[in-house]
Ligand binder design. Structure first.
Ligand code: IMP
Length: 490
């Protein structure tokens, strides 16, 4: 079904732990939009798009690039690894996508530098590990708030780049002393660090080599680097924009399940700040939720995880191939929830687009969605609705019962048995939340070719109505397959 054509701005936000299928929604919305803006995050994100049967995985470049004649902006809130970007542009060229003159990159976006990968390796080896994507996000954003960060524009100014880098490395050297030369040298052999080219026995980092390599990236990317804040402000009201959220709201540094979060804010405020625009320029907000199954990658509490800790441990230490050996044909209706989770993963292709890690799978979590809606508002889009069509019984988490030690939460006290209806997305609480479920019958029909609301099975419509009731907002769109056409607008 076709959506009404409109020229106003729209923002797409993931309402869970990322991987909600936002890439496809953005691609669909870009059909009648002019500019796609990606305001936050970096190469930690992976947006998978299927266009004419071809699959594209984008990390930094906005998804709109696959729509000819659109402009694609990488905003000031992003953390950009220039090496990764050059690689992505090469892949796009190979795929026959003409991106030249169609990408603008914020001159004031944060720059991911070699030391960020090394510091992240150090952090992720200790107690503070969150199971990050190892794309340098946290150290890069930390440097911004520590006021020692570099920006994209520095790539165009070798002298300034060297000066800023020297200042940036000072503190890092103290930290790395603790890990020792052998450890640092080994980490720096990684291909992201050009197989040891940036290592020096004297102070760990070879400044000359880093500056040479990064000014080289600057030369390759110079046509993209511009003042996107001004550009977007000038385009307000003239062009229609789609703001693209990377990651999901529950991974927000400001609102998410801290500390197991990313280092930017994929919520509406973070998005608009990262675009250099006021929040009221967002236009219509779409909150994208995966249902009936949701996913999470990396460490952290996941109350509705199918198979609980068993699943978390399995996903942390296994790859897709291990799983295929262990469960050659997992049963979606298995009484073993762990196996059911594996089946969802297999059916939904739930393996990280950036890291290839198996994504932990769980049931739709209304308290979490309510939290995302409370802050971002907007209308809902449900994705991957076709994946669990063969499931006999679907569970929906409607609330939590707190089962942990007594803890003061402001003026209230949480104790064993306390009911929680809107998720408190802090690890110290979420870790003790026991999901309360209702069960609904599955629709047992393949809906992947049903592209109208009227054509959906009654049970599927009832399921959607229940989600609307539980989250408190209407569902305006449903995605029933990876292709552009597999979309129902109401
Ligand atoms: P970072 O963003 O690499 O620092 O990782 C922090 C946490 O966010 C880890 O648990 C990651 O698995 C998770 N994360 C980051 N980006 C994504 C994403 O695009 N999808 C899902 N999880 C993500």
């Amino acid at each position: 079904m076709k959506r009404n054509k409109s020229k106003r701005n729209r923002a797409v936000i993931g309402g869970q732990w990322g991987d909600e299928g936002k890439g496809k929604i953005i691609d669909v919305l870009m059909e009648d939009a002019d500019i796609n803006v990606r305001p936050t995050g970096g190469a930690n994100a992976g947006h998978t798009l299927c266009v004419n049967g071809k699959k594209y995985v984008l990390h930094l470049v906005p998804s709109g690039i696959v729509r000819p004649s659109t402009m694609n902006v990488m905003g000031n809130g992003m953390a950009i690894d220039p090496r990764s970007l050059c690689e992505e542009l090469r892949v796009l060229s190979e795929a026959g996508i003409d991106w030249k003159g169609r990408i603008k990159m914020a001159l004031n976006a944060n720059l991911v530098m070699p030391e960020h990968f090394v510091i992240e390796a150090a952090r992720e080896s200790g107690k503070g590990a969150v199971g990050s994507t190892m794309r340098g996000m946290s150290p890069c954003y930390t440097d911004r708030t520590a006021r020692i960060g570099l920006i994209v524009n520095d790539l165009l100014n070798p002298k300034l780049l060297a000066e800023k880098l020297e200042r940036n490395l000072e503190e890092k050297r103290f930290i790395l002393e603790h890990f020792g030369k052998r450890w640092v040298k080994r980490v720096m052999k990684h291909e992201r660090l050009q197989h040891g080219r940036f290592y020096s026995n004297d102070g760990f980092f070879n400044l000359k080599e880093i500056v040479a390599a990064y000014t080289g990236y600057g030369r390759m990317l110079e046509r993209l680097i511009t003042d996107t804040d001004t550009y977007l402000r000038e385009q307000l009201g003239k062009a229609s924009m789609v703001f693209e959220g990377a990651q999901g709201f529950v991974l927000s540094l400001d609102y998410g399940s801290y500390p197991d979060v990313t280092s930017s804010d994929p919520g509406i405020e973070g998005l608009m700040k990262g675009a250099g625009l006021p929040v009221n320029a967002a236009g219509k907000v779409y909150l994208v939720l995966k249902a009936p199954a949701i996913t999470r990658v990396g460490k952290g509490s996941f109350p509705t995880e199918m198979g609980g800790n068993r699943s978390a441990e399995w996903c942390e230490s296994h790859k897709q191939a291990d799983e295929e050996l262990r469960w050659p044909s997992p049963n979606i209706n298995s009484r073993d929830e762990m196996e059911q989770g594996v089946a969802v993963r297999r059916l939904g292709g739930e393996y990280g687009a950036t890291t290839g890690r198996p994504r932990r799978c769980g049931w739709f979590d209304a308290p979490l969605a309510r939290r995302a809606f409370e802050v971002n508002k907007g209308t809902l889009i449900l994705t991957k609705l076709d994946v669990m069509s063969s499931c006999k019984t679907l569970r929906i988490c409607t609330g939590y019962i707190y089962e942990g030690p007594r803890i003061r939460w402001g003026e209230t006290e949480l104790r064993k048995g306390t009911s929680i209806s809107t998720a408190i997305t802090r690890e110290e609480v979420l870790a003790y939340c026991n999901p309360q479920y209702i069960e609904m019958p599955g629709w047992r029909d393949d809906i992947s070719k049903t592209w109208t609301w009227r054509g959906l099975p009654r049970r599927c419509k009832q399921y959607v109505a229940r989600i609307e009731e539980l989250v408190g907002s209407e569902v305006s769109g449903l995605s029933v397959g990876p292709d552009r056409e597999a979309m129902i607008w109401r």
